[in-house]
Design a protein around this ligand. Structure first.
Ligand SMILES: *[C@@H]1O[C@H](CO)[C@@H](O)[C@H](O)[C@H]1NC(C)=O
Ligand SMILES: *[C@@H]1O[C@H](CO)[C@@H](O)[C@H](O)[C@H]1NC(C)=O
Ligand SMILES: *[C@@H]1O[C@H](CO)[C@@H](O)[C@H](O)[C@H]1NC(C)=O
Ligand SMILES: *[C@@H]1O[C@H](CO)[C@@H](O)[C@H](O)[C@H]1NC(C)=O
Ligand SMILES: *[C@@H]1O[C@H](CO)[C@@H](O)[C@H](O)[C@H]1NC(C)=O
Ligand SMILES: *[C@@H]1O[C@H](CO)[C@@H](O)[C@H](O)[C@H]1NC(C)=O
Ligand SMILES: *[C@@H]1O[C@H](CO)[C@@H](O)[C@H](O)[C@H]1NC(C)=O
Ligand SMILES: *[C@@H]1O[C@H](CO)[C@@H](O)[C@H](O)[C@H]1NC(C)=O
Ligand SMILES: *[C@@H]1O[C@H](CO)[C@@H](O)[C@H](O)[C@H]1NC(C)=O
Ligand SMILES: *[C@@H]1O[C@H](CO)[C@@H](O)[C@H](O)[C@H]1NC(C)=O
Ligand SMILES: *[C@@H]1O[C@H](CO)[C@@H](O)[C@H](O)[C@H]1NC(C)=O
Length: 511
């Protein structure tokens, strides 16, 4: 190996030190047994400076038998100033006819992540002509997918990541992922990731509580193994970005930008907070979400009259033809909220009552202590609730209301720490819509932070990467503060989130 010389400034030495400390040798909380990262259109192994995983080329790969994909071509991506210059986005496999990848994975629930960089790869593969469907394990994940449209809906992010969860049954010998061009169009793919996940992380356990069925009092909905999910929002509410390597081992990205989805009043009045409260995972496994998700949250404001006068409301654009699973993450992180009824509030989802007496301390109390104990609650939004709207996107709202009755609660306040929304397949096993897919609004830059290299070889590279990515993270954080005027405060200081300088594009598709 050639020696690598990097200029070391005092600040980078410090960062190096911090990075080493942070990256340490702590093992990830969850280690997937299946973890395939396939770099489509290339050969050999490459360590990505996007997520620091080792990506293996699909040329001559056992996952891509030439016989079923002989008509496809491989191309280098055109030069790009953004994520398009990172593995796995640098090369693609493209074809005007169908091609299939075959993954002999073990049975069980899996993440499937598809990575796309829509671009003009050569004269035959113009950016505007890609249009295709993707099937896997009996589900149609994408239908007439126009990657180029999906990436321009929220301009600024050139690359796309689609994440799905499905249960791979033992009677299927292999997990096949088939790309089928739509009429006149071509199909392409830059990267495929298949990863096992803890059993029933998002599917429902037979003996578990399932999800609260909205609009149907007291009934429960179970996300069964025959249902596939597509992640459409995963947000560290009131917090900072959590990059794939900072997840609990599953390489999920937690986006920080919940403000984008707040209504104007909530954006003006609510407060993003962070506390260093020690966490105790007494009620849920610690792989459910990273600690950072629970350490930060959004609350209502400083004044009970004002707190009571509005609903802290987020609105998420969704396709009304599907049902949804909404997972809300909670943790009572404010040190002096320690007893049941200290902070009791209401939750409305899609304008329906989801919780009349939300009380995190009551939900979490273990041996007389409920503070600092993370928990999550699942809610099922059936099709008819949204389906009455006209075609296109509807806004799925999540609203928290401070208790109107002062006798029920010590503080008229509410808090949310994290949120995930999944689309469930329709009765035909389809997840794709005819209209543009929902965008991930995330700043993809977030993925470039330091990681504890899991299966990497060269420590020097890892260190270099750590330094560079620490710098990137710092500058990104600086950017965020500048861009959003965000103030996420540490313990006991509470500052109004000022977002008047926000110039981000509208989160809603324009059509
Ligand atoms: C779903 O499948 C997983 C394994 O893939 C299994 O452990 C779990 O028990 C199944 N759930 C139900 C409700 O059968
Ligand atoms: C995909 O969307 C883009 C942007 O709207 C459009 O220019 C292009 O024609 C579409 N492609 C196809 C094949 O429909
Ligand atoms: C996957 O594809 C291979 C090769 O085309 C085929 O033999 C196999 O039956 C397929 N498996 C499934 C589950 O569709
Ligand atoms: C939010 O605050 C801005 C600036 O203070 C103000 O112009 C705007 O009217 C406020 N919006 C609402 C809904 O209160
Ligand atoms: C709370 O807000 C109300 C209405 O704006 C105001 O009348 C009241 O003085 C405020 N209370 C405190 C303690 O600031
Ligand atoms: C909050 O939303 C619910 C459901 O839409 C509504 O009934 C309630 O009046 C709202 N509360 C406030 C304070 O606006
Ligand atoms: C927490 O307790 C401190 C000291 O007792 C008090 O100053 C502060 O206002 C309390 N915070 C809240 C949110 O009630
Ligand atoms: C909830 O009600 C608001 C208006 O009060 C509306 O704009 C929104 O679309 C409704 N959301 C759903 C999912 O029905
Ligand atoms: C709250 O308690 C006070 C004093 O006990 C009582 O006068 C009032 O009616 C109660 N309010 C409600 C809404 O129950
Ligand atoms: C209103 O909410 C804030 C936090 O968002 C909380 O500190 C405060 O105690 C609440 N006001 C009252 C009087 O309950
Ligand atoms: C998802 O599709 C399968 C068929 O592939 C079907 O059995 C299942 O009921 C569907 N799930 C939902 C929520 O409709």
């Amino acid at each position: 190996m050639k020696p690598i010389f990097i200029p070391l400034y005092p600040s980078s030495l410090f960062l190096l030190f911090v990075t080493l400390l942070v990256a340490g040798e702590s093992a990830p909380i969850y280690s997937p047994s299946d973890d395939i990262t396939l770099n489509c259109g290339s050969s050999g192994d490459t360590v990505s400076n996007y997520d620091f995983q080792t990506w293996t080329g699909d040329i001559n790969s056992k996952f891509f038998p030439e016989a079923v994909g002989s008509a496809s071509q491989v191309e280098q991506a055109p030069p790009s100033s953004s994520m398009g210059s990172q593995v796995p986005f640098t090369t693609a496999r493209l074809s005007y006819s169908e091609f299939t990848y075959i993954f002999p994975v073990s049975p069980g629930q899996k993440f499937i992540r598809l990575y796309f960089f829509p671009a003009t790869y050569n004269v035959d593969f113009d950016r505007s002509k890609s249009l295709f469907s993707v099937k896997a394990g009996g589900y149609r994940l994408l239908k007439d997918f126009n990657a180029s449209l999906s990436s321009t809906v929220y301009d600024g992010y050139e690359t796309l990541l689609r994440e799905f969860c499905l249960n791979f049954e033992p009677d299927q010998r292999s997990l096949n992922i088939t790309f089928t061009p739509s009429q006149g169009g071509y199909a392409f793919i830059n990267g495929i990731e298949i990863m096992s996940m803890p059993t029933n992380l998002y599917h429902s356990a037979a003996q578990g509580d399932g999800a609260i069925y909205l609009g149907s009092s007291d009934s429960r909905y179970y996300v069964e193994n025959n249902t596939a999910l597509e992640m459409i929002f995963r947000i560290n509410v009131g917090g900072s970005p959590v990059s794939p390597n900072e997840d609990t081992g599953m390489y999920r990205t937690w986006d920080p930008i919940d403000e984008l989805y707040l209504d104007d009043l909530s954006r003006n009045l609510s407060i993003a907070r962070r506390y260093n409260t020690p966490l105790n995972f007494a009620r849920i496994p610690n792989y459910i979400a990273p600690e950072e998700v629970y350490r930060t949250g959004r609350t209502m404001g400083g004044n009970s009259t004002i707190n009571k006068s509005y609903n802290l409301t987020w609105g998420f654009p969704v396709n009304p033809d599907f049902s949804y699973l909404v997972r809300l993450h909670f943790c009572e992180i404010v040190p002096n909220f320690t007893a049941a009824r200290d902070r009791m509030f209401q939750i409305f989802i899609a304008n329906l009552t989801a919780e009349l007496h939300a009380d995190i301390i009551r939900w979490t109390t273990e041996n007389g202590k409920g503070n600092g104990i993370p928990i999550y609650r699942d809610y099922f939004v059936p099709v008819p609730i949204l389906g009455t709207q006209k075609k296109g996107f509807v806004i799925l709202s999540v609203a928290l209301q401070a208790n109107q009755d002062d006798n029920q609660t010590r503080y008229n306040d509410a808090i949310l720490n994290g949120l995930e929304i999944f689309k469930l397949n329709d009765t035909d096993g389809n997840l794709g819509g005819p209209i543009p897919e929902l965008p991930n609004v995330p700043p993809k830059v977030t993925s470039e932070s330091s990681r504890n290299s899991k299966k990497k070889s060269t420590p020097m590279l890892a260190i270099l990467a750590g330094v560079v990515s620490a710098l990137l993270v710092l500058s990104f954080l600086g950017f965020l503060v500048f861009r959003l005027g965000r103030k996420v405060k540490d313990s006991n200081s509470s500052h109004r989130t000022t977002t008047s300088t926000m110039t981000l594009r509208s989160p809603y598709p324009s059509h």
